[in-house]
Design a protein around this ligand. Sequence first.
Ligand SMILES: [Zn+2]
Ligand SMILES: [Zn+2]
Length: 333
Amino acid sequence: MVSRRAFLKAVAAGGGAMAAGTGSAALPRARAFAALPDALQTPPYAIVLGSVQDGGLPQAGCYTDRCNRARVNPRYVTSLGLVMPARGGPDSRRYYLVDATPDLRVQMDLIDDPAFRRRAQARRPFDGIFLTHAHMGHYLGLAYLGRESMGMLPTPVYCTAAMRGFLSTNGPWRLLVDEGRILFPDIAPNVWTTIDGAFQARMTLVPHRHEYSDTVAWEFRAIRRTLLYLPDIDAWNRWDRRIEDVVREVDVALLDGAFFRPDEVPGRPVETIPHPMIPDTMTRLAHLTGGDRRIVFTHLNNTNPVLDEGSSEAIQVRNRGFEIAREGTIYAL
Ligand SMILES: [Zn+2]
Ligand SMILES: [Zn+2]
């Protein structure tokens, strides 16, 4: 465990801030996502790569207006990219992925950076991959890194021992492990770990349907800000930590906003798919809005009306000082 002061000292001595982005890349942008000014793309930062629940948007078998609109302008499953400064020239940034979703194949293109693309072409896009748990939206994307697709070179995957056990003993993931494409550095829950001398990360166990693995929230701490990524939890009051206390300690909180109302999913009682409701979360955290802190709902289910930007629910979220995650948004860290 490294103290924040020692960590900042090390970063100041070594990496420091890098130059701004080197311009737009050759790939066309996904049409749903706005262009971002290069000035914002100075590492360290996090970029939202996806904002919806595991099933994606559109969801298979869903033909609501919302899902049909998303057949033209898709949203992606909840995920983040982290871009961190590193010593050396403009190509020496470090790139990390937080959750590997079934949309990974196209999500990677949101990292609009020629240096990243050169690395991806060289089959080592990420310096590390952080995983929360073994539900389909959070790790199936690893399949695109295996032999049938990218054939990724050895890359650290940070996760719990249970998640590591799951990936190491079940096909097809096991092949990624056996072929040495994914490595598992030792990392313990509840303590800050310095990653590559570039930033710090901490995973904390959260209560969530533990079918294949346990589940964690991740926090990432760089020179300016701390970001919390907590896409899945059954209920705030089943956690041994108070969400109010956790959010108070961070600058950016991306939280489980799967549902707005308990009766959203027709024919499926919410007890079978427990998540906090957005209005309850807003009530709990109302006193923490305002100022520079950003509290952002992500992991939005395809039934959630906040996915429609003009809905009364989305307007209510914004008016109360909260945000709705959107692909391409950058949070400076
Ligand atoms: Zn999920
Ligand atoms: Zn889950």
